[in-house]
Design a protein around this ligand. Structure first.
Ligand SMILES: Nc1ncnc2c1ncn2[C@@H]1O[C@H](COP(=O)(O)OP(=O)(O)O)[C@@H](O)[C@H]1O
Ligand SMILES: CC(C)(COP(=O)(O)O)[C@@H](O)C(=O)NCCC(=O)O
Ligand SMILES: [Mn+2]
Length: 901
């Protein structure tokens, strides 16, 4: 499929519910002809496979809403769908590409030129800006799977389903990669129903390449699970092999893995997931696997299992290390009593069976690890189903028999190893070149909430998604405050006791803890991090229960205000209200889900929660909820900027620097994400609040390294230091924060001969200023200031704006440039392991980093160490954080300076 050479008719692809739509007009095609398609990320690189659009033409009626576009000279099909058809379940992974929303504007071009951003330094990947989706079906319902593939036209390889006439056949030799026994068994059915051939891939090979990929590329993939406690394990790439891979599907395979493509199936057992589900169904009459698993949570296995204590009159058999509660014989009790099946509780049977099979697999796995001297055992397969008791039992068996020498680990994508491997077997997709920082996992509704299980037809668009949510997801506003936290679900010592009734398994709604995997090859690790390996963005550890509960309450309480702003930003229409309601449901559902299982989506930090909220807004098409507020505050602040600049210019150098830093801290009060601040805004105008805030700036601040910073900037006595060459200013909020705080500071640096790069969000988040908005703000400010004007011109920021300036004045002296780059994120916080290539390029010559605001310098990066000088500036607008982080109070300020380390 990937390297097909036939001249078939291929189509531009866009996928389902969350994708931005991309339409081509006839004009586009005629004008662009050989050129890349507009706005599409596919075509920027010279990588294969590319779409050959030469000779492209619209098929059929031009008036049609989404006419099919024929690309007759397109030779490379794009790998798109892979399957693992097992004895119990079909696992399906499909790839979707989404339109590139980025605009290659003048600013970008100029910045790229100046910073030397080229694609040359990076590998070019055929898969750009795409997403991997994970879905599963019961094998017995293969027709649902075929319908799903057909309705999304996944078998047609890289095409927009809406461009494809429903009865059009896929190309003649279209091939889908598949593994698992069903690849053989159902090959004819695929040909018949979808007209595609199945290319079979070896199952063991797929399991291994899937596991190796996950362990290499997903940061929080592997975890331990002991006595109800889940902990993510940081895998060292250089110390991964050898390991034992135990895949618990219908049956069980045990594979010794020595490297990529190097493995041997060393053992297996026929007592596996199929045994539990099959026997369980017969014995309990359960209708589904999950029902059986849920039953086990209420079970008591001591009514079924014969315990050591039953044999030894309630005593331990301590001489050989067996306690009275140890199971001597699974199901052993059922022989000694004169009872029938109906006399036993299905709950007890299910638990006993689950424990018997899990323990047995754990024990056999350990014995094989012992055979080959392997210390690490990774367990995959859908038998595990993220179920606490299953994992605890397996862990206990491994721990008990190895006396702690070997470790059982589990994988978040547990059942998808084979399907991933099959997907990776397409040649030339570049997936195995991706590194951990290129992948971002997101959790849209429809991923966790359909749980990867498809019921009925796939959701076609946002409207269908909202309707689906209205039916199935609890109304958001009902969860205005978090439900009290249950202690972590513990299954008791050694996993032998009755599991706590509040287990992790939830109803059908949210089964898989697997999101949509975004592949973003342009992301890079921020080059100025002192040690990316030990870098942890989050300051606050949410594994502390009290902390988690607190932040959940904050976010829940903020929700209704946020919905109001979001709905207003879209004109308050009925449609906006409906979307607002759906957003509230969705975000509350995420919170409820994470409250039950904080590690459900990987390791959870406050930054992840804040980003989840922004992503969730975008999912319901609220692209900039604070748009109006931002505009209003920008205007008000720009109006007072000239006075502020005059005031600053009248000060001595020393005083000016202090006043500038004070100004940044004071202006950081304009934060629409903080409850306390929002309450303040009802009490005065923007300028009144700004003045009040400035007046209250009294040194020493709660964290006050100003003197050290001043010495670096201005020197001591007669010693005048070299100015910094280039400063990166990570800016925060719109309005006063940027206009009266950060821009004047940038101006001071420029005046001292330091190049300044303003680093702003790529996408809106709360009232943060974005990289798109900054050039206009700078242009406005530059009207009042020659320094800013010269620098902005030199940095290419005034390309369009300059023509509007009437006074005819032009700076003649060459100026150091003022530039703007986007940071690659859309969150109030920043994870410096995944930033835009623009920012990474700007960082190369930088010797000063200034992080501003609570999100970027306190919630994240407070403890980050840099290779260059770093200044962290923020006002702490939350009482608890102030107390915890700086032993202070709300509205205290932080000015933390750390010279290069
Ligand atoms: N919804 C489900 N329906 C059936 N079995 C399930 C389901 N969820 C988890 N399982 C368990 O997962 C096993 C199948 O695991 P999987 O890794 O998909 O293997 P296979 O490739 O053999 O189908 C089943 O035997 C059962 O124990
Ligand atoms: C979301 C924020 C990090 C934004 O702060 P900023 O970076 O703009 O200074 C902050 O407003 C916050 O932590 N808010 C939640 C806490 C509260 O409402 O008190
Ligand atoms: Mn902010």
């Amino acid at each position: 499929m990937a390297s097909s050479t036939t001249k078939d008719h291929s189509h531009i692809e866009i996928d389902g519910i969350n994708e931005e739509s991309q339409q081509m007009t006839e004009k586009d095609i005629v004008e662009k002809d050989m050129a890349p398609l507009p706005g599409s990320s596919i075509h920027r690189s010279s990588s294969r496979p590319q779409l050959d659009v030469s000779g492209a033409a619209i098929q059929g009626n031009f008036e049609e809403k989404d006419p099919a576009i024929l690309l007759p000279n397109q030779t490379d099909d794009i790998s798109h769908l892979a399957l693992d058809i097992g004895g119990s379940l079909i696992k399906l992974i499909y790839f979707s590409r989404h339109a590139d929303r980025q605009v290659d504007d003048g600013r970008k071009r100029k910045v790229k030129e100046r910073l030397g951003v080229t694609n040359g330094s990076r590998r070019s990947y055929p898969i750009l800006g795409g997403r991997l989706h994970f879905v599963k079906f019961e094998t017995s319902k293969i027709n649902e799977c075929l319908d799903f593939i057909h309705s999304k036209q996944l078998h047609c390889g890289g095409m927009d389903p809406r461009c494809w006439p429903s009865d059009a056949p896929p190309s003649e030799n279209a091939v889908i990669k598949a593994t698992g026994g069903g690849a053989y068994k159902f090959a004819d059915l695929f040909k018949e129903r979808l007209g595609v051939s199945i290319e079979k891939e070896d199952e063991m090979n797929c399991l291994v390449s899937g596991a190796n990929f996950l362990l290499k590329a997903i940061r929080h993939e592997a975890f331990t699970h002991m006595e109800g406690h889940k902990e993510f394990v940081q895998i060292d790439q250089n110390d991964l092999f050898p390991y034992l891979l135990v895949n618990i599907g219908s049956g069980v395979s045990m594979i010794k893995v020595d490297g990529d493509g190097q493995f041997q199936r060393v053992s297996g057992t026929n007592v596996g997931g199929g045994t539990y589900w099959g026997l369980g169904r017969l014995l309990t009459k359960c209708k589904s696997f999950d029902e059986l698993l849920e039953l086990s949570q209420r079970g008591d296995n001591s009514t079924i299992d014969m315990l050591v204590g039953d044999i030894y009159g309630g005593m331990d058999y301590s001489k050989i290390g067996l306690s009275a509660s140890t199971i001597a014989s699974s199901f052993g009790k059922t022989i000694s009593e004169n009872k029938d099946l109906k006399d036993y509780k299905p709950e007890d049977i299910s638990l006993s069976l689950l424990r018997m099979i899990s323990y047995n697999i754990g024990q056999i796995a350990y014995l094989n690890a012992l055979r080959f001297g392997l210390k690490r055992i990774f367990f995959g397969g859908f038998f595990i189903r993220g179920h606490a008791y299953t994992m605890d039992t397996i862990s206990f068996a491994v721990q008990f028999w190895s006396k702690g020498d070997a470790q059982a680990m589990f994988l978040r994508h547990e059942g998808f190893l084979g399907a991933l491997g099959a997907f990776m077997s397409y040649e030339k997709h570049g997936l195995d070149d991706l590194m951990v920082h290129h992948l971002v996992e997101r959790f849209p509704m429809g991923a966790p909430y359909i749980g990867g299980n498809i019921h009925g037809p796939p959701l076609g668009d946002l409207n269908e998604k909202i309707s689906w949510m209205e039916k199935f997801v609890r109304k958001g506003t009902e969860i205005t405050a978090p439900v009290p936290m249950a202690p972590p679900a513990t299954t008791g010592l050694g996993g032998f006791e009755v599991p706590s009734s509040k287990g992790v398994l939830r109803s059908d709604a949210s089964k898989l803890n697997v999101g949509v995997l975004h592949l973003v090859p342009s992301l890079e690790v921020f080059p100025l991090l002192a040690d990316p390996k030990t870098y942890e963005p989050n300051t606050i550890d949410l594994s502390d229960h009290g902390e988690l509960e607190y932040w959940f309450t904050v976010l829940s309480e903020h929700l209704s205000d946020l919905v109001d702003k979001a709905v207003a930003s879209e004109g308050g229409t009925d449609d906006a209200k409906r979307r607002g309601d759906a957003f509230a449901r969705a975000f509350s559902a995420h919170l409820a889900r994470l409250m039950e299982e904080p590690a459900a989506y990987g390791k959870l930090g406050l930054a992840n929660l804040l980003e989840l909220r922004e992503e969730c807004l975008r999912e319901f098409h609220f692209f900039d909820a604070y748009r109006t507020i931002k505009q209003r505050e920008n205007e008000a602040s720009l109006a007072v900027l000239p006075d502020l600049l005059m005031e600053l210019d009248s000060l001595t150098e020393d005083m000016r620097l202090l006043t500038l830093i004070e100004g940044v801290l004071a202006a950081n009060i304009f934060d629409w994400g903080s409850r306390a601040c929002v309450d303040l805004y009802h009490k005065g105008t923007i300028i009144e609040i700004y003045r009040m805030s400035r007046k209250k700036m009294q040194r020493p601040w709660r964290v006050d390294d100003f003197d050290a910073f001043k010495e670096r900037m201005l020197g001591f006595g007669d010693k005048k230091p070299q100015p910094h060459k280039r400063a990166l200013l990570f800016v925060d909020n719109s309005g006063a924060d940027i206009v009266l705080g950060m821009l004047p500071l940038a101006r001071e640096l420029l005046r001292r001969g330091t190049e300044v790069v303003l680093v702003a969000n790529s996408l809106p988040a709360l009232n943060d200023v974005t990289a798109m908005e900054l050039p206009d703000i700078v242009a406005e400010a530059a009207k009042h200031c020659d320094i800013l004007r010269g620098a902005a011109e030199a940095g290419g920021l005034l390309v369009d704006a300059m023509s509007n300036i009437q006074d005819g004045y032009k700076e003649n002296t060459p100026s150091v440039p003022l530039m703007v780059v986007e940071n690659g994120c859309g969150s109030p916080c920043i994870d410096l392991r995944q930033v835009s290539s623009e920012l990474a390029a700007a960082a190369k010559d930088a010797d000063l980093v200034i992080l501003e605001g609570m999100g970027r310098s306190l919630h994240t990066n407070y403890n980050a160490k840099f290779k260059c000088d770093a200044l962290k500036l923020a006002m702490v607008k939350n009482q608890r954080l102030a107390a915890k982080l700086v032993k202070g109070n709300i509205y205290d300020c932080v000015c933390r300076y750390e010279p290069a380390s």
